[in-house]
Write a protein that binds this ligand. Structure first.
Ligand code: 2AM
Length: 188
């Protein structure tokens, strides 16, 4: 089954983001992410045999114990590889990028060690995918609309299953993992 690990976003934030991009002038057709599907990916596992699920869950359990909850914020628009030829339109992470990258790296390393999953070759860049072109890359001005800063707390991550359907992917959480690492002076 197709798996990834993601931080779930508060419903209000998801609805706000979906609403905000409705106003974005752009060239080309975009498939906007449904609000219920908006998330922040930490690690994409790809196809994993069902027999490996237990070991995947054990790896996530190990990681969650090493990281404390933290504050994050979303703001602004961007694109991969660039707004004038976008293949991914995203909302940026203006706070919490460091701890998110640390989580992503730990997941990558721990899943590799425990399940033999290949390590990610590309550098991790935290983002929330808002849309992808229906065909050719799309073009937009990231300054055309404002996505003011919205803060949220990262309390954990979810193991997600993705089923690709003609109407778009269907994501189902298979398990939730609460962050429980050392939280400073009171964490011992
Ligand atoms: P994205 O956020 O940049 O779209 C489920 O597909 C999630 O895994 C998406 O959030 C997607 O990233 C992420 N992902 C990372 N690498 C992927 C890949 N090679 N194929 C599909 N999804 C990938």
């Amino acid at each position: 089954m197709r798996l990834f690990v993601a931080v779930a976003l508060p419903q209000k934030l998801r609805e706000f983001l979906r609403q905000a991009v409705r106003e974005l002038p752009h060239r080309g057709r975009v498939r906007w992410t449904k609000p219920e599907n908006l998330h922040l990916t930490l690690k994409f596992l790809g196809e994993v045999p069902e027999g490996s699920l237990e070991e995947v869950a054990a790896a996530l359990e190990e990681v969650r114990r090493r990281h404390a909850p933290f504050e994050a914020a979303v703001s602004g628009l961007g694109a991969f590889p660039a707004p004038r030829r976008a293949r991914v339109v995203w909302a940026g992470i203006s706070e919490g990028a460091g701890p998110l990258a640390a989580l992503a790296a730990d997941l990558d390393e721990t899943l590799h060690r425990r399940t033999g999953l290949e390590r990610e070759q590309r550098e991790y860049r935290a983002h929330i995918t808002l849309g992808r072109p229906a065909g050719r890359p799309v073009s937009f001005d990231p300054e055309a609309i404002s996505i003011p800063e919205r803060r949220f707390r990262v309390e954990g991550f979810d193991l997600m299953r993705s089923v690709l359907k003609p109407g778009g992917p269907v994501y189902t959480p298979l398990g939730s993992f609460a962050l429980e690492g050392d939280q400073g002076p009171h964490g011992h």
